[in-house]
Design a binder for this molecule. Structure first.
Ligand code: HSE
Length: 435
């Protein structure tokens, strides 16, 4: 049976998961693929820590380039992360004619054009299934299963840390900071949790999905990104009372020649399938013109789920190499729509909104606000005012929550600025999107 050699760069959580999985499932892979996949080398700056998979010490090296240049390595698996050393080694591997598997969403979102260009130039495969959705093979769905569809929209819960935090805030009534600490302890958060909670990680994943769905390189600078760092427990509670859960959603939508790509904390009705995705789980709902709604659900992070998708990619490349190196894929993303589609500016996006305003509790305040909203064409669908008289936090201001009909973001912002200037609020209003 033909043998295909794998070299891994990065022996951290996912690297150890991939190495362990390749060793454990070697036989079943050979049976399924008709080719034997062998782990040849593993590089990391730390080759002393025991990763608990019983790897032969002779396979370990601190020299990543030795792995890239090893003639017995056909597939280089990059699991270092970031855009520093990882980029250098991925480009070196592609230039050396090696197929590459990476789970590095930041690298592809920020430097995709360069990386995919190098794969194309060298005529080698680059697979990145685990860059979005961990154990959910959503990339493969877009490249293969739904390839016959025009994609109308993708709504995704793509960051396990944020989903875990939001679930804790809602189910246990804990504040944001406490929920974040619990998420970090569970090991799901990025090394820098700002990437998770400020929405950057979800944005990287949204960019990759949007590029695949719509065939052009989505510029990071054109993506509207809001995180959950400033989300108040009060809004989680009010949303729940109104029949909604707050989820950090990636929204990717096409309307004619315009594409919207954004990341926002969003109110999702309890009856919506994405509302039931809790804790560290991820999900993506893809609407194709032929398929209609389809839903993909699973563990979006963690050692073994992510390893599962990486190993799936390795298996596919092994099959390609077996078929005399003729890849069944484009080398990266298809960019047939480059220059044809453009990004919709965030202020032009229309949505329903949840607004919470801390309103001066005196006659006419409500009238001031509704008049201003009306003047900006923002129509109110529902409104509630919570009684706070006599409560410890009663400062003469009451929380008023309004749900709007669909309105342009810019119109809502203009109305809220005017309401602030009318001196009927004691703090900046909260504005959240609704699905
Ligand atoms: N920090 C990411 C998450 C890991 O929480 O989903 C997977 O990309």
């Amino acid at each position: 049976m033909k043998k295909i050699g794998v070299g891994i760069l990065g022996f951290g959580t996912v690297g150890a998961g991939v190495a362990g999985g390749l060793l454990r499932n070697r036989k079943v892979m050979a049976e399924r693929l008709g080719v034997e996949v062998l782990l040849r080398r593993v590089a990391d700056i730390d080759i002393v820590t025991d990763r608990g998979i019983g790897l032969e010490p002779a396979l370990l090296t601190t020299d990543a380039m030795a792995v890239v240049n090893d003639p017995s390595v056909d597939i280089v698996v990059e699991l270092i992360g970031g855009t520093g050393a990882a980029k250098k080694f991925v480009l070196a591997a592609l230039d050396a004619g090696k197929a590459v598997v990476t789970a590095n969403k930041k690298l592809l979102a920020e430097c995709g054009e360069e990386i995919f260009g190098a794969a194309e130039r060298n005529g080698v495969d680059i697979y990145f299934g685990a860059s979005v959705g961990g154990g959910i093979p959503i990339i493969r769905v877009l490249r293969e299963g739904l390839a016959g569809n025009e994609i109308n929209s993708i709504h995704g819960i793509l960051n396990g840390t944020c989903n875990y935090i939001l679930t804790c805030m809602e189910q246990e009534g804990v504040a944001f900071d406490e929920a974040l600490a619990a998420a970090q302890q569970s090991g799901y958060a990025e090394a820098d949790p700002a990437l998770d909670i400020d929405g950057g990680d979800t944005a990287h994943k949204a960019i990759i999905l949007a590029s695949l769905a719509y065939g052009f390189h989505v510029p990071v600078s054109k993506v509207a990104v809001e995180g959950i760092r400033n989300l108040a427990g009060m809004d989680v509670r009010y949303a729940a009372g109104l029949g909604y859960r707050i989820k950090l959603l990636a929204v990717i939508k096409r309307d004619g020649d315009m594409v919207e790509v954004g990341v926002h904390p969003t109110l999702v009705p309890h009856g919506h399938m994405l509302a039931s995705v809790s804790h560290v789980f991820n999900a993506a709902m893809v609407n194709g013109d032929l398929s209609g709604d389809t839903l993909y659900y699973g563990r979006g992070a963690g050692r073994e789920p992510t390893a599962s998708t990486v190993i799936g990619d390795i298996g596919d490349i092994a099959r390609n190499l077996l078929a005399a190196g003729r890849s069944r894929y484009q080398r990266g993303v298809c960019v047939a729509n480059e220059g044809r589609l453009s990004m919709r500016p965030p202020e032009e996006v229309a949505s329903r909104y949840y607004l919470r305003l801390m309103v001066l509790d005196k006659a006419g305040s409500l009238g001031v606000m509704t008049t201003i909203l009306g003047r900006h064409g923002v129509s109110i669908l529902a409104a509630t005012q919570q009684e706070t008289t006599g409560l410890p936090d009663d400062a003469g201001f009451v929380p008023v929550v309004m749900l709007t009909h669909p309105a342009q973001s810019a119109s809502v912002d203009a109305a809220l600025r005017e309401i602030m200037a009318a001196e009927v609020l004691n703090e900046e209003p909260v504005k959240l999107r609704m699905i």
